[in-house]
Design a protein around this ligand. Structure first.
Ligand code: ADP
Length: 449
């Protein structure tokens, strides 16, 4: 087992800070990387060392594999943590890190590649015993195949990109006459966003919830789960708010789902943190994808288990066996995360610019993960997530009371953010009752915007 002395964090913003914090507590030195637009960012200020890796455009900085590897080499880092997004699910990068004699803090490149192709992921999940959304067996190679498969699957259906992510490359066909257009749009969006136009189809579920399972494994047969998260509050297939545990599951359903996932990971021989995502409708679970990395919403699982997922991820990557067993994990209370984006809360148009005032919420049960500070300028080049407000309580009700109070306290001035949206949502009876599916927020927005 190799104990890391220095980790290069190949990311930016709140997630880079999150990883820095775990390293700090473990006595591991950190190297931050940054584009020229991020020279004043908090993740750079707090790290032990920092390296400028290129101009603002992500393609030339945070996605620049050669620059990242050079930075790791010249600073003498012994491992690279990719964070979330950018190269976190890039098997080639993971392989290159390995070839440079460094450790990639994540799974084996083979597992990243396998799950990164959603068509292969579906086939693998099926073999591992996970229930799938009814859909096509493989890629759609012609319009004739698509029509034949569509008849079998039934309408409405969803055309999805094999390389998809972030809710992109997905088009609904409600009726047979919408199929051609959905195929064309999904494949051209996929080609533009991912450089891969392969597509497949799934039945489009009408009222599902999005429920995902956090797992942690050392690749030596020791596998644990940290429960599930409910991420049904979404806009354009992107998560806005997440909670754990899911208000929709009873204990039998929960135990069945968690058991299936632990079994699947063990069979796969997977190492690291990972997440299985499912849709849940009428008492049935349907696998949609596996994310082979940390998730933005991981803190709510940390809040209900008291386990530092990043620390465990680093330990497992260093070759240590998982020190935790399932019976040592106690689940307590309830946690909710609100994603605060630098966007107009009605139109969702990005709102970069100078943060004139910043006051994070605090107090018992409140955690704010953010790189913001008064005087910071949010650059226009990256994802608009600027803060995560994570609140926990001994019950869902206590958590909701705390969340309302925390959202009231929080101040981010100078730019528009989605804070006002969260303040409205927290007063909505459907949300308060836990009674919402993946389409709820869009319908709500249509009548409230
Ligand atoms: P991505 O990788 O782009 O996030 P996912 O496959 O994880 O794509 O799906 C993201 C979201 O899209 C889901 O949480 C859900 O809201 C919606 N979605 C995906 N598949 C289906 C489906 N078969 N039916 C209805 N909604 C779906």
């Amino acid at each position: 087992m190799a104990n890391f002395e220095k980790i290069l964090i190949a990311n930016r913003g709140e997630i880079a800070l999150r990883i820095h914090r775990a390293c700090r507590e473990m006595g591991i030195a950190t190297v931050a990387v940054h584009s020229t637009a991020d020279a004043d960012a908090m993740h750079v200020r707090l790290a032990d060392e920092s390296v400028c890796i290129g101009p603002p455009q992500s393609s030339q900085s945070y996605l620049n594999k050669a620059a990242l590897l050079t930075a790791a080499t010249i600073t003498g880092a012994d491992a690279v943590h990719p964070g979330v997004g950018f190269l976190a699910e890039n098997a080639t990068f993971a392989e290159m890190v390995r070839e440079h004699g460094l450790t990639f803090i994540g799974p084996e490149p083979e597992h990243i590649a396998l799950m990164g192709d959603k068509i292969e992921a579906r086939k693998t999940a099926d073999k591992l015993g996970l229930p799938l959304v009814p859909g096509s067996d493989g890629a759609i190679d012609s319009e004739a195949t698509a029509k034949r498969m569509a008849e079998e699957i039934g309408f409405p259906l969803l055309v999805k990109a094999a390389a998809g992510g972030g809710g992109r490359g997905m088009k609904v066909a409600r009726r047979p006459d919408e199929l051609e257009e959905a195929l064309r749009l999904a494949s051209s969006e996929a080609a533009a966003a991912f450089g891969d136009d392969s597509i497949y189809m799934e039945r489009y579920l009408g009222q599902p919830r999005h429920i995902e399972v956090q797992i942690l494994s050392d690749g030596r047969g020791n596998v644990i789960h940290l429960g599930e998260r409910d991420c049904s509050l979404q806009r354009r297939h992107q998560k806005i708010l997440e909670e754990a545990p899911s208000p929709a599951l009873n204990s039998e359903e929960r135990a069945r789902l968690l058991g299936l996932c632990v079994d699947a990971v063990r069979k796969l021989g997977y190492r690291s943190a990972g997440t299985f995502e499912f849709l849940y409708e009428n008492g049935e679970f349907y696998f949609i994808e596996m994310n082979t990395r940390l998730q933005v919403e991981h803190p709510i699982s940390e809040a209900i288990t008291g386990i530092d997922l990043v620390r465990e991820q680093i330990k497992v990557a260093s070759g240590a066996p998982l020190a935790l067993s399932q019976d040592e994990i106690t689940f307590s209370g309830h946690a909710i995360e609100c994603r605060i984006n630098a966007e107009d809360p009605r139109t969702f148009v990005p709102s970069p610019g100078l943060v004139s005032d910043y006051h994070p919420a605090g107090g018992l049960g409140v955690r704010v993960d953010s790189g913001l500070y008064a005087g910071y300028r949010v650059p226009p080049f990256y994802d608009s997530l600027v803060a995560k407000v994570i609140v926990d309580g001994s019950s869902r009700n206590e958590c909701l009371m705390r969340l309302r109070r925390a959202l009231e306290e929080m101040v981010i001035d100078g730019i528009s953010t989605t804070l006002p949206l969260h303040r409205l949502l927290i007063g909505e009876p459907d949300f308060l009752n836990g009674d919402y599916d993946i389409h709820w927020l869009e319908s709500w927005l249509a009548t409230h915007a």
